[in-house]
Every structure is written in C-alpha cells, then in structure tokens.
Design a protein around this ligand. Structure first.
Ligand SMILES: NC(=O)c1ccc[n+]([C@@H]2O[C@H](COP(=O)([O-])OP(=O)(O)OC[C@H]3O[C@@H](n4cnc5c(N)ncnc54)[C@H](OP(=O)(O)O)[C@@H]3O)[C@@H](O)[C@H]2O)c1
Length: 257
C-alpha cells in the first residue's frame, strides 16, 4: 500500500526555520507533503533551506524578518495566501535567550526577549487565527521550553517569557476550540546553536552542554529531529483529540525534579 503523507496539501508557517528545531521541522513537514512559508533573519540559511526542500520535490518560500515586528507576522500570513492560497497551521519556533542576572540585565534586553518570545507569537496568532478558523483541522504548535517550569542560572528573561508564552498558548487553545487545535511543546536540552549560547550563563560553561545531556534520564541531548517528530504529530490528524496541552520532550529531565 502507498504511504499516506501526514500533511499532504497543507500550508504551514514555520518561524525560526533558519536553524535548529525550526529547520528540522521544515524538512520533515515538507517530506510529509506540506507547503511552507518559512521565517528567519539569516537570508543565506533561509535560501539554502528552500533550495534543499525544492531539490527534494517540496514547495517553500522564505521571508526574512524580525518576528518581533508586527508587520513581519502580517507578511507571513499574506505570503501563505499569495503563494499557496491558504493557511492550515503554524509552528512557532523563533526564540532568544536574553541572558543576564536580574541585577545586571538591561531593561532593553528584558523587553527584547519578551518581544521575540511572547509578543511575536501574539502577533502571528492575531493575523493567522481568523484565517485558520476557515480551515478544517487547523493546528498550531508553539515551542515553549522546560524553562517555563524550571529556573536556570542567569536566565530570568528567558524563563519568565517562556512561562508567559505557555499561558498565551493555553489561552488561545481555550478561545479557539473546537475549530483550531493549539498545543505547546516544552523541550529540554536540544543540540542547537541556542543551547551552546545558553552555556555561557552557567558557572562552568565548558561542561554545561555536556552535563545538560548527561543529566537527562535518557543521558543525551535531544536532537532537532526528535522535536520535529513531536511537531508533526501535533500538526497532523494523528493528534486530532489533543488541544490546550503542553508536552514535555526533555529526555525525562523534569521527572527527576
Ligand atoms: N535548544 C534548546 O535546548 C531549547 C530548549 C527548549 C526550548 N528551546 C526553544 O526552541 C526554539 C528554537 O530554538 P533552537 O534551539 O532551535 O535554536 P536556534 O537553532 O538558535 O534557532 C533559533 C531560531 O530563532 C530565530 N530567531 C531568533 N530571534 C529572531 C527574531 N528576532 N526574528 C526572527 N527569527 C528569530 C533564528 O533565526 P536567525 O538564526 O535567522 O536569526 C533561528 O532560526 C526557541 O524558541 C527556543 O527557546 C530551545
């Protein structure tokens, strides 16, 4: 029997697609038949990803921009209609760390972290939800972090913004049920450029990434592809009775307490 693609003919916007988990999600969604509007700031990596997807026979466009800008989010939704004539879902991966202890952190960096991690998702939802309401089986996946539940040294802006994002995702799920399913994922340590940047804020930066993997029950860092598989499940009909949920995907680190 021929394999059925899980997202055949669906159009998704993916933010943070130029790197890490966003890139892995874009590649997996494309293999499963989705048409993609990809967002990021790094134009070179965005163009490379589009060409990789096209070489595999997929369809994608890349829009460079800052997710903290209202207009970039509007442009992403417009691009979905311009290029593919519809929008079926979102995967919001874009995020930043905003490192620094409370007493050292510049208020401007605190604000920027909230703008990228929280305001951006609010903006994208604001433009996308009215369109998603018109589609059958629309789905939204929001990348939060275990940082919404757990503190990390010198990560106050990150942890606080991710907790706010988790609350926003739950609120959106309640307001837009039953038409749109909206779920969050809370990754633990995943091997992307972001976790290597995060290590700088730990007392022993050289060991921080290695320890982060070893400290999970499964004794390794997550890979971006591990996260992409959960995004696919939550974006597809396989999760048709799941909304308003937050999935820990953390190698078991939260279970350890
Ligand atoms: N890695 C982990 O251990 C971990 C754990 C839990 C949760 N997370 C979350 O996972 C998500 C993806 O991060 P990642 O680990 O895959 O890191 P990554 O490889 O560094 O990717 C981050 C992505 O976000 C984009 N981005 C950042 N600021 C942006 C802005 N102002 N405007 C537009 N795009 C912006 C980056 O685009 P450019 O590179 O083009 O600037 C990049 O595509 C983030 O929300 C992060 O908080 C990560």
């Amino acid at each position: 029997m021929e394999k059925q693609n899980k997202l055949q003919g669906k159009t998704f916007i993916i933010t943070g697609a130029s790197s890490g988990m966003g890139k892995a999600t874009a590649l997996l969604f494309s293999k499963e038949g989705a048409e993609l509007v990809l967002s990021g700031r790094n134009v070179e990596r965005g163009i490379e990803l589009v060409s990789e997807i096209e070489t595999m026979g997929g369809k994608a466009i890349f829009l460079a921009g800052d997710v903290a800008e209202l207009t970039h989010n509007q442009a992403l939704v417009e691009a979905a209609f311009q290029h593919f004539g519809k929008l079926d879902g979102l995967v919001c991966h874009a995020g930043m760390l905003g490192l620094g202890a409370i007493t050292d952190l510049e208020p401007s960096l605190w604000r920027e972290t909230f703008a990228v991690n929280v305001d951006a998702v609010f903006y994208l939802l604001k433009f996308a939800l009215p369109e998603l309401l018109k589609r059958p089986s629309a789905a939204v996946v929001i990348n939060v972090s275990i940082a919404a539940y757990k503190s990390f040294p010198n990560h106050p802006a990150y942890c606080a913004s991710k907790a706010a994002l988790l609350a926003l995702a739950k609120q959106a799920a309640v307001e837009y049920a039953p038409s749109i399913r909206i779920n969050s994922i809370c990754p633990g340590p995943v091997d992307t450029p972001l976790i290597h940047a995060s290590a700088a804020a730990f007392p022993d930066p050289a060991k921080a990434v290695e320890n982060a993997g070893k400290n999970t029950l499964l004794q390794r860092l997550g890979q971006p592809e591990d996260i992409a598989k959960l995004c696919l499940f939550l974006a597809s009909e396989e999760s048709s009775w799941i909304t308003g949920a937050a999935f820990n995907i953390d190698g078991g680190i939260l279970a350890k307490g």
